[in-house]
Every structure is written in C-alpha cells, then in structure tokens.
Design a protein around this ligand. Sequence first.
Ligand SMILES: Cc1cc2nc3c(=O)[nH]c(=O)nc-3n(C[C@H](O)[C@H](O)[C@H](O)COP(=O)(O)O)c2cc1C
Length: 289
Amino acid sequence: MRTRPAPERLGSRAAPARQRFRRPTANNGPDQISTKRMSKRTLNSKCESFALTNNLSHHGLHANTPMPPSMNSPTAVAPLHSSRESAREPLTHSEVVLQTLLSRQSHWPLTSPGPNDTALAAIFDAALRAPDHGNLRPWRFVVVRGAARAALGEVLVDIACARSPDEPRSAHAHRARKAQAAPVIIALGAAIDETSTVPEVEQLLAVGAAAMNMLNAIHALGYGGFWATGPDSYDTAMHAALDFQLSERLLGFIFVGTPQPDQRPATRPERSAFVREWTGPSTRTQPAD
Ligand SMILES: Cc1cc2nc3c(=O)[nH]c(=O)nc-3n(C[C@H](O)[C@H](O)[C@H](O)COP(=O)(O)O)c2cc1C
C-alpha cells in the first residue's frame, strides 16, 4: 500500500516557496488531484492542497486538519468546466482555488462544530484582504458564540416585543431559536468615516467585499456560512446591544457552522444574462446640447 508522506506543517519556513506553490506533477503527494473520481479522500486532498498552497501555517492550520462535511460532500465541489485534455490530469493550483470559489453556496441551518479560534483567525484575515479605498479599514466584526447566543436570542425577542407590544412575549419565542441556528455568529459592522473623501457607499462595499472573502474562507475551510440581515439588523436596539458606536453601521450577521449533510448544490444562473461587452460608444443619436 502506498503511504502518504507525513503531514507537512503548512507553509513551513523550511519548505521553499517554489515547492509550496509548485504546479502539481505526477508524483508530488497531496497536490495530485484527479477530476475523475471525486472521492472523499480526493476532496480531502484537494482541501489539503488548497491549504498547503495558501500558506496557512500562520494560522496553525495543518495539512491534516480534519475537514468538516461540507468539503467532504460530493456536492461541495462541482466539476470545473475546463479545457483540460484528460479528466485524469491533476488539477492545477489555480483550478483548485477556482473550484472552491465556484462551489461556495449558503447553508442554513448550521450545526456544530463551528470554526475554532484558529479557523476564525483565518476567516478574519481573509476579510482583511478585501479591497478598501483609502485604507480606511472600515471592517468591524463581533463574534457571538456559546452561551452568548442565548443572550442574542433574548435581544431578538426584546426587539420583536418592542415592535409589537400588543403580542405576548411567547409569540416571539421562535426568534430566540434563530440565534441558535449556528454555533458561531459574526455581526458585520462598518465604521463609516464621514470626514473621508471616500464615499460612504465605497466604505460599505469594502465591508461587503470582506464579507464575501469570509464566506469563501468559511467554505474553503470546510464549513458553511449564511449572511442574514432582516429588520433586526437595522434596529437601533440591536446596534446598541452589540455595542456598536454611533458612527458604525450593522450590516447583518454571518452564521457559521457545519452544514447539514446531503445538501443539494445551488442552482446557478447562466452567466450570459449578466455579462456584456462594451466595444465603444453606441451609434445611437446623442441628445443635442
Ligand atoms: C447583504 C445580504 C443580506 C442577506 N440577508 C438575507 C436574509 O436576511 N435572509 C435570507 O434568507 N437571505 C439573505 N441573504 C441571502 C443569503 O445570504 C444567500 O446569499 C442566499 O440564500 C443565496 O444563497 P447562495 O449564497 O448559495 O447563492 C442576504 C444576502 C446578502 C448579500
């Protein structure tokens, strides 16, 4: 039986960069990924390869970090439509990364385990790689997990009671369960710098870009995520309960955890409906001055 090499500490300084980022060849261990059989083992290898080539040692993530079910699910990574000549050819590093991006989907509800501190650090570091006009760093994240979720659930019920004072508190009990829908909840905040020449919309977009990076990192690590807002996110009582400052905006919550098994892959639209090419000014008559 072929033995796998001992798990390498990811991105260890001993490993030269060219080795860590080399294109896969016929015999280079975990980087060998065949598109032919998407077995659980293969998908784990893909995760390892992805992790290896992305130098996650900084976060203490190892090549043998167990991957939760979302990445082990055969539906988690849809076949990549590539121009490769043979399905037996190993995927390149770029293809693995692209495969990860193309296979992300939202999951709800989410169960334990959720990401631990190490994985959360990687998720937040991914967020901080988002484009950010003017280096304003508007990102603000608040982690709610463990027993704090029950307290968040009570805040949700309080808000609903305040909104509908005629209804009994019990009518809103289901809202407390929302806070238990994932082991980790991350409130997304945007600290808006009103003195900046960077328009507010761009500062909000920077937080949106960070959220997208987080969702991709969550998926790449084998977890599932869901970005939810709703009226509670924009309620001043929720803003205050989470200790956001007046200059900060609450843009929703990312729920993080382990997806339910056997989730169907999301249906995705045909790209041609959303993309067009501009080849120069149109020949339509310009309005007269
Ligand atoms: C800013 C933002 C807020 C959202 N808020 C909600 C929400 O409150 N409830 C909901 O069901 N989906 C919400 N969604 C959509 C889900 O997060 C998710 O994108 C959607 O269910 C489609 O799943 P997909 O990510 O697999 O395409 C929101 C998405 C964005 C970008």
